[in-house]
Design a protein around this ligand. Structure first.
Ligand SMILES: Nc1ncnc2c1ncn2[C@@H]1O[C@H](COP(=O)(O)OP(=O)(O)OP(=O)(O)O)[C@@H](O)[C@H]1O
Ligand code: SF4
Ligand SMILES: [Mg+2]
Length: 397
């Protein structure tokens, strides 16, 4: 996969509902390169969110992925995420690929504080890192107490000399080391149940909370020490959105899938969040899939863009190239429908088709002014028309 980090290859997804089979994704093709931001745009219901969920193999019932592959290059090894074992997927989700969901309020658990929810992510995916930090702190404490012990011994003789670091400090240090060496240690399973001996767990949690405050600070949340203890209902919309992004970035993922993270926010907060995502991408050097229906956001933020229509990617190219030279009739109509001062308002003729009985052949055929006979019977293939500019339309095959 050369510079590609992720490849979605012909994914098909159906929802088996009482009304019928919703053919939500019809062979989605996408690729994401290292360090880039890929925009995914399209009208409501075209399959943007379910494409993101498919990548993580998180489609809820009654949905079922019926075909295709999602290839992800994880530390030099290629994984097929749709068939990978659940144990591996639990590591991939959040640690390697994380998703910021469309509605921040429903993504946050109302009974836990913002901090607790970030801490939970950190403990699940970055426990080793946190344990190592606590061990270092305990080592320093032990070394300091040895120094003071010897100083006092020199000054005041044997009588004034205190004993070195307490028994518990050393016990916690050794317990954490044991956990690092063997996370499934039977002895540690017993120790963690004994209140006075399991204080090391609190220390790791405290370290995770410190990290959560730091992440909230990077998110430019004012007064992060206070916000970390706030419940979701106490947060403003912009704050909740930042907390959800913070959870997504907590583990420094290789890929962040951001599903309309600025919808429902006022324009100034929207701009701040976009700016933040740009900076975070540099800071964490992640690759981003940015789902939106806003072409302005795509122009501002993305390197490449994939245009979706009724469950398929119809065009994919670099942003500037797409704005200058849109090839698919739907992309052209979409760009023409962006409101511009002084220009008459234009909308795309017709409505998005039902995905229970989608049109045969090209799914855009009932709205396309260039539709030919073949468009009603055969689905076009996506082809590279120019370097890095792919389109799925018989006008260009
Ligand atoms: N749980 C579900 N049960 C049945 N159909 C579903 C379910 N989830 C999604 N769908 C269908 O899958 C299609 C794609 O949905 P998706 O949420 O991906 O749209 P979207 O492009 O993200 O839209 P929006 O811009 O409104 O967020 C829609 O037709 C939707 O009705
Ligand atoms: S394949 Fe046919 S119907 Fe579809 S966009 Fe192209 S010309 Fe229009
Ligand atoms: Mg959506």
């Amino acid at each position: 996969m050369s510079e590609e980090i992720l490849k979605v290859d012909g994914v098909r997804l159906n929802f088996y509902t009482y009304e019928g089979v919703v053919q939500a994704l019809d062979g989605v093709e996408l690729n994401l390169r290292k360090g880039e931001t890929l925009g995914v745009v399209g009208e409501t219901g075209c399959g943007k969110s379910v494409s993101g969920l498919s990548i993580l193999n998180l489609i809820p019932p009654p949905g079922r992925i019926e075909g295709g592959r999602v290839l992800f290059e994880r530390r030099g090894r290629e994984l097929e995420l749709l068939t990978e074992r659940e144990a591996i997927m639990r590591k991939v989700r959040g640690r390697d690929i994380s998703m910021v969901f469309q509605d921040p309020r429903s993504a946050l658990n109302p009974v836990y504080t913002a901090g607790n929810q970030i801490v939970e992510v950190l403990l699940h995916h970055r426990a080793v890192d946190l344990i190592q930090r606590v061990i270092e702190q305990l080592d320093r404490r032990i070394a300091d107490s040895k120094e003071t012990e010897s100083e006092k011994a020199v000054k005041g003789g044997k009588k004034t000399a205190k004993k070195g670091a307490g028994f518990l400090t050393k016990f916690y240090r050794n317990s954490l080391q044991r956990l690092l060496d063997n996370p499934k240690s039977r002895r540690m399973k017993i120790v963690r149940r004994i209140p006075i001996l399991n204080g090391y767990r609190k220390m790791v949690k405290k370290e995770a909370k410190k990290e959560a405050v730091e992440i909230l600070r990077i998110m430019r949340i004012p007064d992060p020490e206070r916000v970390v203890d706030m419940y979701p209902h106490e947060l403003s919309g912009g704050m909740a959105q930042r907390v959800v992004i913070a959870m997504g970035l907590a583990c420094n993922p290789e890929i962040l899938i951001a599903d309309e993270p600025t919808t429902n926010l006022d324009v100034t907060v929207q701009l701040q969040i976009l700016q933040l995502i740009k900076e975070l991408k540099e800071h964490f050097s992640s690759s981003i899939i940015y789902i939106t229906h806003d072409m302005g956001v795509v122009a501002e933020l993305c390197d490449r863009v994939a245009v979706m229509y009724a469950g398929t990617v119809v065009e994919i190219s670099e942003v500037v190239e797409l704005f200058r030279n849109p090839l698919h009739p739907y992309t052209r109509a979409l760009l023409e429908s962006i409101p511009r001062p002084g220009h008459p308002f234009k909308s795309i003729e017709g409505t998005v088709p039902s995905l229970i009985n989608p049109p045969k052949g090209c799914r855009f055929n009932d709205r396309c002014p260039y539709a030919m006979e073949v468009c009603h019977t055969v689905k076009p293939k996506i082809v590279e028309v120019k370097k890095d500019h792919f389109v799925e339309c018989f006008l260009h095959e």
